[in-house]
Every structure is written in C-alpha cells, then in structure tokens.
Design a binder for this molecule. Structure first.
Ligand code: DLL
Length: 431
C-alpha cells in the first residue's frame, strides 16, 4: 500500500511540528559536513538556535556553485563507507555536481516515488516501462526503485531505440510509462512510421512526464494522442531526483512532499520571501536525508505556491507547473521571455508537429529571434503553409510582444537531443 494516509493528509500544525523536528536533526547532521561546519562557525550559528521554522531564514542559501566549489566530498555528512550510491546532475556547463545517498536515503527516495505514482492510480498490476536514462541521471533509477516498491513489473528499457520501445510496449502490454514529454511527442512519429496507432495498438493508460519544462498544452497533446492520463513529475538531483513534487488526479498543481522537503519561494533578485501565491524561485531544504543534507538550496526554478486546499484531501502544499529557470529567461530586444511561452502558443495549432526550436542570433548588432517549427504533415512545397506561418507569428507577437521570424520545416527536420530537449540555441554575439 502506498497511500500513506497519515502523512499525506496530516494537518498543517502536525506537519509543521514534524518539519521542525526533522529540520533540527538535519542541522545537526549538516554540522558534521566540512562545508556547513565551517559556515556555521563563520556566522556563529548553532543548530540549537532554531526554535521555529522561520528561523531557517537566519541561514544563508546554498547554491550550485557552493556544491561545485566543495566537490566532491565537502557536503558529506556521514563516513564515506556509509554511502551506497552517488548521482550527478545533468547540467551541461561547468563541473558536475554530485549527490550521495545512504541506504536509508535510497529507501526514502523510493518511497516518495512509489507514493507519487500510487497517487496517480498506478498499481502492482501495472506493467511499467521506464524510458528515462539509467546511470548518473536520477530519472531512470529513481523511478525504477519506486515502481519495484509498488510491485509493478518494470521494463528498464532506458532511453532511445524507439522502434524497440514500441515493440516492448506491444509485446509486454505496458500500461504505465515514464517518459520525457519531448520524447513522448517524438515517439508519435515512430508509431506512424510503424503504421501503428498509439490509441489502439498499445495498452498504455498512464504516463509520468517530467525532467524538462513543458506546457499544459503539451500535456494535453500527449494525453489526446495516446488516449492516456499524463502526470507532471518534478524533481532535481540535488534533492534526490524525481519524487520531490508530483501531480495528483486533480492535475491542478504538484504536491510537494513536505515531510521530506521544506519549500520556500523567494524573489531571485532581492532574495526575500515572496508572499504565498506569488511567483518566485523555489528553494528547498532536505529534512529527511542522511548522506548529504542541503539547506536552503536555490533551484533557479520559477513557480508559485497554491494557497487553496486540494480536493484530493492531501495537505502537502502544491506548486504551479515550472515556468522556467531564472537562468533561462531570455532577454530579447530588451523584452523578457521564457521558452515555455513560445511552446504554449505553438501547441495551440493542430497543424504543428512534434518539435520546435528557438534560435537567437545577432543581426546588424541587434537580437534576432527565429522560431523553427515542424509541421505535422509533410508538403512538397512549404509555401502552402504561408497562411499558417503568418498566424503563428501573430499569435507569438500577442504573447511575447514582438514578432519573431517563424520558419516552418518538414516533420523530423529538427535534430532531436538524446536526453532532455534542447529548445534554445543562442548564437548571439556576447557583448
Ligand atoms: O531532471 C530529475 C527528474 C527526473 C525529474 C525524472 C522528473 C523526472 P536534474 O537532471 O537534476 O534532475 O534536473 C533538474 O530539471 O531543476 C528543473 O529545471 C527541470 N525539471 C525537472 N522536472 C521538471 C518538470 C531531474 N516537471 C531540473 N517541469 C530542475 C519543468 C523540470 N522542469
């Protein structure tokens, strides 16, 4: 049974007590890591100073840069031989950051993923195909252990090899799948090539989609094309991986598992807390982790906390879909925009295919934006799409306040990334 009713519906004051208790333990643990021990000493902080949850604000934030500078073992809170696994974040720039887990950490993480999947209706009787990367990336192993906890039959297919993915789905009657949203759309092309209909020729009923930003429109497209229910799954390696926040059947925000993480939303510029309901950067503190506690970790992800209660009965607060990262906000001709805004507009056009890319260049010293989009149906002469091209450009202008160049291309023309989708190509000359 992975409906942990007592925890999932715990009343707010009990939850706060549990969090405070776990926070205190975490701070004591943190005090035995080289990094926090020095920090606490420098700022004259003693873990016993924490009397309530607000006291956490006395501590500075931890950033990715801190993790890098104290690579590899500066955040380790237990002797090295207590660690049973390491993972690494998927960041492509700079030195990787690593995260370490004890056996208890792995077990707690698997429980969170199991709880998340169970919440959406996944059961022991499901056949679960895990198309996420196994390895340093947390997506594959994180879900694998969670699915085994529920008792599902796991097909650890890993990413790529699309025809084989579909063959596995058919032969073993896969009912639940873990998949990148961009890959879920790409697979539709492969179904077509194989002359198969994802609505009829496979038994899928549930999909867990996450690890990359995607719009509500993208979710709808996936749900309609496969005739399934798709649930948004959010997490990051530094917290564990997937299993940090997940949608319930209401699909109205993602419940953050507050028995394991304290969430704060801050203004990324002033670093002050944002009032509930307002958008800002997510900051997390792990409160149930032994190997590598992290305090006030700045995720750079932007979202808001929903203030209303959820009809599903769970009391863990929900966050909105991730709007983007404050470091992937684009400033084009002085206008701020997020790639997801482009996706939201594109997905409203049924004639649009499965892939798109945002290309930034410098032309005559000015920013120049091209949105390249695949159409759904190939054409001998792309000029038949002229009217569509104009309508897309206008709809984009309404959203981002200037008119980008729109370039329509044949299905499959845009190169697909192996892992998470690469949506933005910035070729601008740096000043
Ligand atoms: O992507 C963990 C994960 C694996 C989550 C599988 C869900 C499913 P990282 O590689 O460390 O970990 O990347 C974390 O990916 O800070 C977000 O910017 C982004 N991200 C993850 N999930 C979502 C989501 C995994 N549902 C970074 N929506 C995070 C939007 C997401 N962005």
């Amino acid at each position: 049974m992975f409906w942990e009713k007592d925890i999932e519906t715990m009343n707010i004051s009990e939850m706060k007590e549990l969090q405070l208790d776990r926070l205190r333990t975490t701070l004591i643990r943190a005090n035995s890591t080289p990094y926090y021990k020095q920090l606490f000493k420098d700022i004259g902080f003693n873990p016993s100073d924490v009397k309530n949850l607000e006291d956490i604000q006395k501590l500075p934030f931890t950033t990715k840069n801190d993790l890098r500078e104290h690579y590899p073992y500066g955040f380790l809170a237990v002797p090295r031989d207590e660690i049973v696994r390491m993972h690494s974040s998927s960041g492509t720039t700079g030195r990787a950051t690593v995260v370490f887990h004890t056996l208890n950490d792995i077990n707690n993480w698997a429980n969170l993923v199991a709880r998340s999947m169970y919440m959406t209706g996944a059961r022991k009787s499901d056949v679960f195909q895990n198309t996420m990367g196994y390895g340093l990336f947390t997506g594959g192993l994180g879900f694998h252990y969670g699915a085994e906890k529920i008792g599902m039959m796991v097909i650890p297919s890993g990413p790529g090899n699309s025809q084989r993915q579909i063959t596995l789905m058919r032969e073993f009657e896969t009912t639940a799948i873990h998949i990148l949203p961009s890959y879920a759309l790409h697979l539709l092309d492969v179904f077509e090539e194989m002359n198969l209909d994802p609505k009829k020729d496979v038994k899928l009923r549930l999909a867990f989609i996450g690890a990359e930003p995607h719009s509500e429109e993208m979710r709808k497209k996936i749900e309609e094309s496969y005739d399934i229910k798709a649930f948004n799954s959010y997490g990051l390696s530094e917290m564990c991986g997937p299993g940090v926040a997940f949608e319930c059947p209401e699909k109205n925000g993602l419940h953050v598992w507050e028995d394991s993480f304290i969430i704060e939303i801050i203004d990324p510029k002033t670093l002050k807390p944002m009032p509930d309901g307002e958008e800002g950067e997510i900051v997390f503190t792990t409160i149930n982790r032994e190997g590598m506690p992290l305090i006030r970790y700045r995720t750079r992800d932007l979202a808001s906390i929903y203030t209303d209660s959820c009809p599903c009965g769970r009391t863990h607060r929900r966050i909105s879909r991730i709007k983007g990262r404050d470091d992937d906000m684009l400033i084009i001709k002085g206008v701020n925009m997020f790639p997801i805004q482009v996706e939201t507009v594109l997905m409203k056009f049924p004639e649009i295919g499965r892939n798109y890319q945002i290309i930034l260049e410098t032309k005559e010293h000015m920013d120049d934006l091209t949105v390249e989009v695949e159409v759904l149906t190939p054409a001998d002469d792309m000029r038949i799409y002229e009217n569509l091209r104009k309508r897309i450009a206008e709809a984009l202008r309404d959203e981002i306040l200037f008119t980008p160049r729109v370039n329509l291309v044949q299905p499959g023309a845009i190169k697909r990334a192996e892992g998470k989708a690469v949506r933005v190509i910035d070729k601008r000359e740096k000043a």
